[in-house]
Ligand binder design. Structure first.
Ligand code: PEP
Ligand code: MN
Length: 301
């Protein structure tokens, strides 16, 4: 029978995600770990590469609100330098009484905006039963913070041929985050991007605390690309530019930024949404930071 001391030791190992003997321990997330695969993964979102020299710039509203709204935002963020459009059609809202998204109509509007601008599309899927539907419209499937440990959903996106943008749960450790990615990769889908989006910590003044230590930690621990969401990460539009610069400086492979031509009119997450004008200014500012760390940002068109 194992002693109390042995089980305490085993538990310690599990929380560090380690299995095997003390020498040459293999992380439990064996497929996503860099020790198993030292070559960094480049995720290909319909031709746009994430985890490459060029920083992935993803922008768009929290929610798709109408065909006109998403198309106008797509045009404006593209001109500023974004290469991928974001926008939620299925929204995981904290309150059941809040706007839940336009559903399939939202997916149609996103696809149309993408076809008209050439931007790739990332959008969230919240239900395993919708994975096939969302895959029919999106170039990349987002798994939100609330679903980081929804294992049936992780397995389902692991079985489709679409890249996955996996957001960190608000109280997930790095190891739990990596193990969530492992679920997707273990099903055969190796195209996974990790996204640090803020955790619940002590600063009650902010919606979340953006944990930028996650970036260098994860970049060392896994071969998967790591991006940052400064919008949910802070909950405050005023902090988005500074945290975006910091994210690139500490090695992030990309950013996902909530952007709207009229942030105050956003149906969801208005307080953390920046304007398309501010977004254009931000992308310009990011050039110098990216250059300082051997990266570059897209130029816009
Ligand atoms: C979102 O990106 O709109 C979103 C809901 O993010 P998160 O899952 O990080 O809260
Ligand atoms: Mn949002």
């Amino acid at each position: 029978m194992a002693s109390i001391e042995d089980s305490a030791k085993a538990e310690g190992k599990a929380s560090a995600g380690l299995v095997g003997g003390s020498a040459g321990q293999i992380p439990a997330y064996r497929l996503v770990s860099r020790s198993a695969r030292p070559v960094m993964t480049v995720v290909d979102i319909a031709g746009v590469k994430v985890g490459h020299t060029e920083i992935a710039v993803i922008a768009g509203p929290c929610s798709v609100e109408s065909a006109e709204q998403i198309l106008r935002i797509a045009r404006e963020v593209k001109a500023a330098g974004a290469t991928i459009l974001r926008g939620g059609a299925f929204k995981p809202r904290t309150s059941p009484y809040d706007f839940q998204g336009l559903g399939e109509a939202g997916l149609e509007y996103l696809r149309a905006a993408s076809d008209q601008t050439g931007l790739r599309v990332v959008t969230e899927v919240v239900d395993p039963r919708d994975v096939e539907l969302v895959s029919g419209y999106a170039d990349c499937l987002q798994i939100g913070a609330r679903n980081m440990q929804n294992y049936p959903l992780l397995c389902e996106v692991g079985r489709v041929a679409k890249p996955v943008l996996l957001k960190r749960g608000i109280s997930a450790t790095y190891t739990e985050f990596l193990l969530a990615a492992e679920y997707v990769v273990a099903q055969g889908n190796e195209q996974v991007i990790l996204c640090e989006r803020g955790i619940r910590a002590l600063s009650s003044e902010l919606r979340f605390t953006l944990d930028l230590s996650a970036v260098p930690y994860l970049k060392e621990e896994t071969h998967l690309p790591v991006i940052v969401d400064p919008s949910h990460g802070t909950g405050s539009a005023r902090l988005v530019a500074a945290m975006s610069r910091a994210a690139i400086a500490c090695g992030a492979d990309g950013l996902i930024v909530e952007t709207h031509y009229s942030p105050g009119d956003s149906i969801s997450d208005a307080t953390q949404t920046i304007s398309t004008i501010e977004f254009a200014r931000l992308v310009k500012e990011l050039s110098a930071v990216a250059e300082a760390v051997g990266r570059r940002v897209p130029l816009g068109s």
